[in-house]
Design a protein around this ligand. Structure first.
Ligand code: OGA
Ligand code: MN
Length: 208
């Protein structure tokens, strides 16, 4: 199948895949130069000290547990429309509207962060939901790593088959790749990499 070249076509492909099987891989959502621009914005946020160790859970449950998750994150203003990150968030907003037209997910708002995994960092098998609250509906992960090689590791394992709990799809965090999946449905895990691994991960949420 030839990859779609317009956002309208990409969004249709994503909507179809989310309807069944519930997840979608879009390898060239961003071009190389677009990836580089977001990397530059991330480097400048890093230089301003905007990244902090990621937590697990929330509120009183929020713990920074390196054994579970050892990335550093920079939360983004979802309303930002300036610069390379703003341009990407605007496209995600278009995606949200397209999905709400095509599916009945009721995606209402977005929250997201840049995540930087230093070499050796991982994020153990988990579901993108806080205990007892099911607002996170769709996960959207954008990878920002140019020239990623298989030997660099850092794959995402997406456990796609409820009948085979140990079966997973292997997704490389190649620059420009977008992965979307229904947040409640799929456990997933980030394997350690041999080099820094950068992503922009976000969640479309239902109305609270
Ligand atoms: C997360 C997550 C996966 C990845 O941030 O919740 O699972 O591949 N990220 O970065
Ligand atoms: Mn996750």
């Amino acid at each position: 199948m030839t990859p779609p070249t317009t956002d309208a076509a990409r969004f249709t492909q994503i909507a179809d895949a989310l309807a069944d099987p519930g997840w979608c891989l879009t390898p060239d959502f961003l071009s190389g130069p677009e990836v580089q621009s977001i990397r530059a914005a991330a480097a400048s946020l890093e230089a301003q000290g905007a990244f902090a160790p990621a937590g697990v859970g929330r509120g009183r449950d929020l713990l920074v547990r390196a054994a579970v998750r050892s990335d550093r994150v920079c939360w983004l203003d979802p309303a930002a429309r300036d610069g390379a990150i703003g341009a990407y968030l605007a496209r995600l907003e278009d995606l949200r509207q397209a999905l709400n037209r095509d599916l009945t997910l009721g995606l209402f708002s977005f929250e997201g962060h840049l995540a930087s995994y230093p070499p050796g960092a991982c994020y153990r098998r988990h579901v993108d939901q806080f205990r007892g609250v099911e607002l996170r509906t769709l996960t959207a992960i954008l990878y920002l790593n140019p020239d990623w090689q298989p030997a660099d590791g850092g794959t995402l394992r997406l456990y796609t088959d409820p009948d085979r709990p140990d079966h997973y799809e292997t997704i490389a965090p190649r620059g420009g790749t977008l992965v979307t999946f229904l947040s409640v449905r799929f456990e997933h895990e980030v394997m350690a990499a041999t080099r820094e691994r950068l992503s922009l991960t976000g969640w479309f949420k239902r109305r609270g």
